[in-house]
Design a protein around this ligand. Structure first.
Ligand SMILES: [Fe+2]
Length: 243
C-alpha cells in the first residue's frame, strides 16, 4: 500500500510502472543521447530505477530530426546488441515522438506506415507556443484508422495553462495524455508544474514518462520519487502497466 503522507518514503518509478514510454536513447539521431557510451549509461540507470521495459521515442521532426522508420529500427538493433553485450537486463523497443506539422499530416493522408507501440498507440507532440491547426483532423483521422494518439507532455503547452477543460475535451475525442515525471519537480516552469498537478487531481493522466534525453533527467526523476503528487500519480490506473 502506497502512503501519500510519508514524505521520507522514496518509490523508484520503474518499480511500480515497469515500462517507460517516452525517451531519446538511440545515439546521435536527435537531441537525446549523443553516443553509444552515453546510451549504455542511461540504460543502466533505468535498470537501477526498477524499469524492465523501455519504449524509446526518437523525435521525428521534418526540419530538425528527419528520422525515418528505417533509421530508428537500425538504431534500435544496435542499441539492443550493445545492451546485451553490457549485460543490461531491459527489454527495449522503439517508436517515435512525432511532431505534428504539415509533413506528419501529409504522411497520414498518404497512408504511410507510422511507428506505433503496444495497443496501436502513437506518441505526438506540438509546438509549445501555439496549437497545431491540424490537431482536430489529425485526431479524427488517426482514430478512424484505429490508431490511438498520445499527447506527449500535455502539461508543457502554454496554451493549455489554466485550460484543463481543453485537455479533457481532447480525451473525449480519443486522445490519451502523457505526463513528464519531471514536470512535478518544477524542472520546466511553475505553470507546467501547476498544470501537471491539476491533471493528476482530475485524473486526466493515462501514461507517465521520463522524456529522458540525458542523465540529469533521470537524476531529477529520482528526486521526484518522494513528492506527494508523484505518489498520487502512481495511484492512477496508468496504462504504462499494460505494456
Ligand atoms: Fe520527448
Amino acid at each position: 500500500m502506497i502512503s501519500w503522507f510519508n514524505k521520507k518514503e522514496v518509490i523508484f518509478p520503474g518499480n511500480d510502472i515497469k515500462t517507460d514510454i517516452h525517451s531519446h536513447l538511440i545515439p546521435g539521431i536527435d537531441d537525446g543521447s549523443q553516443s553509444m557510451e552515453e546510451s549504455i549509461a542511461l540504460l543502466r540507470k533505468f535498470e537501477e530505477m526498477g524499469y524492465s521495459h523501455l519504449i524509446t521515442t526518437p523525435h521525428i521532426m521534418q526540419d530538425y530530426f528527419a528520422n525515418t522508420s528505417d533509421i530508428i529500427q537500425n538504431g534500435l538493433s544496435q542499441l539492443r546488441s550493445e545492451a546485451l553485450k553490457n549485460k543490461i537486463n531491459l527489454s527495449i523497443d522503439a517508436a517515435a515522438e512525432y511532431y505534428l506539422d504539415e509533413f506528419l499530416f501529409e504522411k497520414l493522408n498518404k497512408n504511410d506506415q507510422l511507428l506505433t507501440f503496444g495497443n496501436q498507440y502513437l506518441l505526438f507532440e506540438m509546438s509549445f507556443m501555439s496549437v497545431s491547426p491540424y490537431l482536430n483532423e489529425f485526431i479524427f483521422k488517426l482514430r478512424s484508422k484505429g490508431i490511438r494518439p498520445i499527447l506527449a507532455h500535455a502539461e508543457r503547452y502554454s496554451y493549455y495553462f489554466g485550460k484543463v477543460d481543453a485537455i479533457e475535451d481532447l480525451i473525449e475525442r480519443g486522445v490519451f495524455i502523457q505526463l513528464n515525471i519531471n514536470s512535478l519537480t518544477g524542472y520546466y516552469t511553475k505553470p507546467v508544474r501547476k498544470l501537471a498537478e491539476q491533471l493528476i487531481d482530475r485524473q486526466l493522466v493515462h501514461f507517465i514518462g521520463t522524456d529522458c534525453h540525458r542523465m540529469d533527467h533521470l537524476d531529477r526523476i529520482n528526486e521526484a520519487s518522494s513528492l506527494k503528487y508523484f505518489k498520487k500519480a502512481l495511484n492512477l490506473p496508468l496504462l504504462n502497466r499494460t505494456l
